[in-house]
Ligand binder design. Structure first.
Ligand code: NAP
Length: 351
């Protein structure tokens, strides 16, 4: 008999759902016992419902599981990882929280809600305090926690160690975002091959607002956003996985390149101290090579959970400029949510 914590996955057939299944195979704490997606999938075996697109095979045990409808049932586990598109999430996720589930969501639907924590465990693990304000938590212990947009996560992991020490005042960021960030089938090949699309619906305001919330402070009054001015340009590029971002920053005080690189390389926080299973040993890696990071070469560092930074140099507009890369479906989605689930267990929220 397993002693692991049973978990469910909502949206199990999609791009992020498949990553959950891959990353949770052999997880030391969690075991998938329940899967759901749309009505198109309900009642089928997982192997029939999903068109598997990862390079590792579907685990046999998961392939044989029967897909459920996306509604809470008596066998739904307490912990549910959600990878639904935002419109479906807006309807479905509250029903699970209301039924007493801990919903750890990837979607944007509730990220900016006042009482919903938006969490990167290395950056703002204490924001989970907001859970206690949620009506579901007061009713029956159910709650919702979210992880950020896949482009916010790399940016904020780069800014966090600097903001904490010296204060970040202004940020200019231009993203080069992988096609897998649009889910499957995503952007048509004839639109993206040999091309760059300078528009991703809703992405720029999300990147700006979520970064301020993530770097904000929590108090009895709620979250006070970080006082940082951000300007984001978001582009879709013909890369399979891995979001890259060119960043310029203005800090509150003069700091040297060596001090910045040391702040990144030395950065360790709650997940590393707690030794959470999905936490990378070094969450932020500075690569001194002049032509790194690159998506194909660097996205899997720290098992896809590290933010890899390079090309720190003076900026003619602000103080410093650099490039950051993070894996959009691992650190930017399923891996981030699993790390949030581990944090919630360590903090005692799973009962
Ligand atoms: P996706 O590949 O399009 O998968 C969507 C999933 O939602 C599928 O399992 C689908 O099930 C299910 N679904 C759709 N409509 C539904 C409904 N009405 N009721 C129940 N289930 C429904 O999308 P994705 O890329 O995995 O993204 C999932 C979420 O994560 C989105 O909110 C996205 O913004 C967010 N996210 C994605 C990334 C990324 O890099 N891809 C990164 C961060 C966050 P069927 O197969 O049955 O249709």
């Amino acid at each position: 008999m397993t002693t692991k914590i049973p978990v469910g996955i909502l949206g199990a057939t999609g791009t992020v759902g498949q990553r959950f299944i891959q990353l949770l195979e052999n997880h030391p704490w969690f075991e998938i016992t329940w899967l759901a997606a749309s009505d198109r999938s309900a009642g089928k075996k997982y192997s029939e419902a999903a068109t598997w697109r990862l390079s590792t095979p579907i685990p046999d045990r998961i392939a044989a599981l029967t897909m459920n409808a996306a509604a809470p049932a008596s066998d739904t586990p307490k912990l549910v990882f959600a990878a639904l598109d935002a419109a479906a999430a807006r309807e479905i996720e509250p029903a699970f929280a209301d039924a007493g589930c801990a919903v750890v969501s990837n979607s944007s639907a509730f990220r900016m809600a006042e009482d919903v924590p938006l969490v990167i465990p290395e950056i703002n693990a204490n924001h989970t305090e907001l859970i206690k304000r949620q009506k579901w938590y007061k009713k029956n212990g159910g709650f919702m926690v979210t992880n950020p947009n896949c482009s916010a996560i790399g940016l904020v992991m780069a800014l966090g160690p600097l903001h904490r020490r010296w204060g970040v005042e202004k940020v200019f960021v231009a993203t080069m975002q992988a096609v897998s960030g649009a889910g499957y089938p995503g952007v048509p090949s004839l639109d993206i091959l040999g091309n760059v699309i300078p528009y991703i619906g809703g992405e720029e305001p999300k990147l700006e607002a979520e970064s301020r919330k993530l770097l904000g402070t929590v108090s009895a009054a709620g979250i006070a956003d970080a006082n940082i001015v951000l300007s984001a340009h978001c582009n879709r590029v013909a890369v399979e996985d891995g979001h890259m971002e060119s960043v310029s920053i203005k800090l509150s005080k003069p700091v040297t390149a060596d001090e910045i690189i040391q702040a990144w390389n030395d950065f360790r926080c709650v997940p590393q101290k707690l030794k959470l299973p999905t936490a990378p040993e070094q969450p932020v890696i500075y690569d001194p090579a002049q032509d790194r990071p690159q998506p194909r070469l660097d996205r899997d560092r720290g098992r896809g959970m590290a933010a890899v930074i390079g090309r720190l140099r003076p900026c003619n507009l602000f103080d410093w400029r650099f490039t950051v890369l993070s894996h959009n479906t691992i650190r930017g989605a399923a891996g981030a949510a699993i790390l949030n689930g581990e944090l919630l267990k360590a903090q005692g929220y799973l009962g």
